[in-house]
Design a protein around this ligand. Structure first.
Ligand code: SF4
Length: 701
């Protein structure tokens, strides 16, 4: 809209900063010769109910910053110089072709992100398998959802973040929040829980720290880092001993009860209390509240999942759900609270090493044949399964991967053992980064490709409920930035594979995604852009255009062939890294309210950055005294892998044996320089949430 030197642009969009995908309207008003003025209004919709948190209110700032990458840039003599897209594509074609000619197809890998749209995630998987013919693709969602995803797939036969719609939360009479700090990570969800409380729900929060979420709860179990699976064992034992199990449900709809029962009978509650740091009385209180409630929901997030036994830890919380039959009903279910903007959709369409679109498996012959047919290739042309995100970084370090294409991700900050990762990335023969801003990883690149931001890039995202939403775009791309999907199609064309990438819009990619996912677990076939323009999102699985979408899963059957869910015994065991005389404290990591992922975007939002200008270490004052570190002073924090320097923040909200550092900063404040790279044996999740550290006052040596 333009009138008398005034112009107005109205942008209807979604906040990109978490899995709720709150709707909002951003109004940009420009008057000649003056700075533009922005107004942000929440838009009522079914998920966010018209709320926005501080991140959403300021989410326009990073996208409109003058720091956006505007042109392709090549590194020459240590400096980035502007080049044309044609030069950039020719360089990629020359370098990747030469590397693959010399070292084989798998010498080039691809690293994606959980904030990409469904269309970009889908296309990135197809690009790797068809245009590059490489088996190496994985993404940062490995660090986000892999434990919960594997656990859901094994226990229920299907992984969807929430088995129920958000509206079910207020119908629950007991809610377990395990390792999730919703108050800071998904703030607009809090009213769902406070409403449940008002209606009589009893809320239990499990966390080594006191947070806004634990303060909202009725009971806080201040567990030792890494001991969540054992705590769930304690609750399961109480349920069994007290006969608080749903025998009919267990008999008709589950398998594995006999083994679980035998295991639980062997356990000793006092020993569990010792292991977990949670008194028997509180374990009993939590178990009785959940077991006696008529309805209940259990939620897990990174606190439980980012552990070297994260898969088993989540399985044990699913045991709680199944043993009590609290699933598949209004107010009863399970939810893995996704962090990234498209954490759900990003893990469904093939940017994971073991996966093809629609949650099909790359190792399954039928799945390979189906997707190969949609793509118009022979199944034998599809590469085999690759390795997980951190293992890809190991392959980079070993120089088995010599060229890397990174899209919408910042692996140098988000991977554990970040010094090792940086060392590996510096060894690459050719590193390409497609991003909207100069990330720490982009600074190391040989070639940077400027990508569009969420205000410019149309596409679908799947929120934490499994609800597919269409995000429209209103702004033209700045400079020469291109959409992720355009970049992938144009590189594929250059590599001689253009006939498989003849897409003209995000919608045309979605049309192929629908077919590729048809009949798979994450079945999007019945979802179309037309439907998404008219409806408030559509839940998957949605197998036909006239299907309403599945708001609540597992009402009468689970997704395994026999229709039954699986319970398994989970052993009590300690995290792989233990404290010692040299490293006497546990470190746990997490998020803060104002920041998102590695902070590349939120650190460039001036309003958000002003609230949290730097990282910090939260420490109990008694612990701080012992190690002679002062409040607000800089401290040195070390593990066997490295050292960081952060500001000390006294807080009696944290266990005395534990310190906490957020994950949003790079360089000397990058907490992942010291986190543990040991991987969960099933889902390959690193043990971010527990490692052994020592703290000392900062001193110039
Ligand atoms: Fe909503 Fe999450 Fe954005 Fe906050 S960060 S406005 S909760 S989508």
């Amino acid at each position: 809209e333009q009138q008398d030197g005034l112009s107005k642009l109205v942008m209807d969009t979604q906040c990109p900063f978490c899995s709720v995908q709150c709707k909002m309207q951003i109004i940009e008003e420009r008057e000649t010769g003056k700075r533009p003025v922005y107004t942000v209004n929440p838009t009522p919709n079914a998920a966010s109910e018209g709320r926005l948190c501080i991140k959403g209110m300021n989410a326009y700032q990073h996208a409109l910053t003058g720091e956006r990458l505007l042109h392709p840039m090549m590194k020459k003599d240590g400096q980035f110089i502007r080049i044309s897209w044609e030069e950039a594509y020719s360089l990629i074609e020359r370098k990747f072709t030469a590397l693959q000619g010399q070292y084989g197809k798998d010498s080039v890998g691809v690293y994606g992100g959980g904030s990409l749209t469904n269309e970009s995630a889908y296309l990135l998987g197809k690009f790797t398998r068809i245009a590059l013919r490489s088996k190496y693709i994985d993404y940062n969602g490995r660090f986000c959802m892999s434990a919960a995803a594997s656990a859901g797939n094994k226990a229920f036969g299907m992984d969807r973040g929430l088995t129920n719609q958000l509206a079910d939360i207020e119908l629950a009479k007991c809610i377990v929040l395990a390792g999730t700090n919703i108050a800071e990570c998904q703030p607009t969800l809090m009213p769902y829980f406070t409403r449940a409380k008002e209606k009589g729900a009893y809320i239990i929060a499990i966390d080594p720290r006191e947070t806004g979420t634990t303060r909202m709860a009725d009971l806080h179990l201040c567990v030792k880092p890494g001991m969540d699976a054992s705590l769930a064992n304690g609750m399961l034992k109480v349920l069994l001993d007290e006969g608080l199990i749903d025998e009919g449900f267990v008999q008709q709809r589950t398998k594995g009860f006999a083994e679980l029962k035998a295991h639980l009978e062997e356990l000793d509650l006092d020993a569990i209390a010792e292991l977990t740091g949670v008194p028997v009385k509180l374990i009993r209180q939590a178990a009785l509240a959940y077991g006696k409630a008529s309805t209940g929901m259990v939620f897990t997030a990174r606190g439980v999942e980012q552990q070297t036994d994260g898969y088993m830890a989540v399985r044990n919380f699913l045991n709680l759900v199944l043993l009590t039959g609290k699933i598949g009903k209004p107010g009863s279910g399970y939810g893995a609270v996704t962090g990234q903007g498209n954490g759900q959709g990003g893990r469904e369409h093939g940017q994971k090493a073991d996966q093809l679109p629609g949650y099909r498996l790359i190792e399954n012959a039928e799945d390979r044949a189906y997707v190969a047919n949609v793509w118009g290739i022979d199944p034998s042309e599809l590469p085999e399964k690759g390795v997980s995100a951190y293992e890809m970084m190991e392959k980079v370090h070993e120089q088995e991967i010599r060229g890397l294409f990174v899209m919408g991700s910042n692996p140098i900050v988000s991977n554990p053992n970040a010094n090792f990762v940086e060392e590996g990335l510096r060894k690459l023969d050719f590193l390409v980064v497609a991003d909207m801003l100069m990330s720490e990883t982009a600074q190391l690149a040989d070639l940077i490709l400027p990508a569009t931001a969420y205000l410019e890039n149309e596409g679908t995202l799947t929120n934490l409920e499994g609800r597919v939403l269409l995000r429209q775009s209103s702004r033209p791309a700045p400079g020469e930035a291109k959409h992720d999907w355009e970049i992938l199609c144009e590189i594929a064309e250059k590599l001689g594979k253009g006939k498989y990438f003849g897409f003209s819009s995000a919608e045309s990619i979605f049309e192929e995604l629908r077919l590729a996912s048809r009949g798979g677990i994450a079945d999007y076939y019945g979802i179309t852009y037309d439907r998404l323009r008219k409806e408030e999102g559509v839940y998957w699985p949605c197998p036909a255009p006239d299907h309403p979408g599945a708001k609540r899963l597992f009402e009468s059957t689970f997704a395994h062939e026999d229709g039954k869910a699986e319970m398994i015994p989970v052993q009590n065991h300690l995290p792989k890294e233990q404290v010692s005389a040299d490293y006497p404290l546990y470190l746990t990591t997490g998020r803060v309210l104002t920041q998102y992922l590695t902070g590349v975007q939120t650190r460039r939002s001036h309003s958000l950055a002003a609230r949290d200008v730097e990282s910090f270490m939260e420490i109990h004052p008694r612990t701080a005294k012992k190690y002679r570190v002062e409040d607000a002073a800089l401290v040195k924090l070390e593990s066997v892998r490295g050292t960081i320097f952060v500001r000390c923040r006294y807080s009696s909200d944290i266990r005395e044996d534990t310190v906490f550092v957020p994950m949003h900063w790079g360089d000397t404040q990058n907490v992942n320089k010291i986190t543990n790279q040991a991987l969960d044996p099933t889902c390959r999740m690193p043990g971010f949430k527990v490692c052994a550290v020592k703290v000392s006052p900062f001193a110039i040596e």
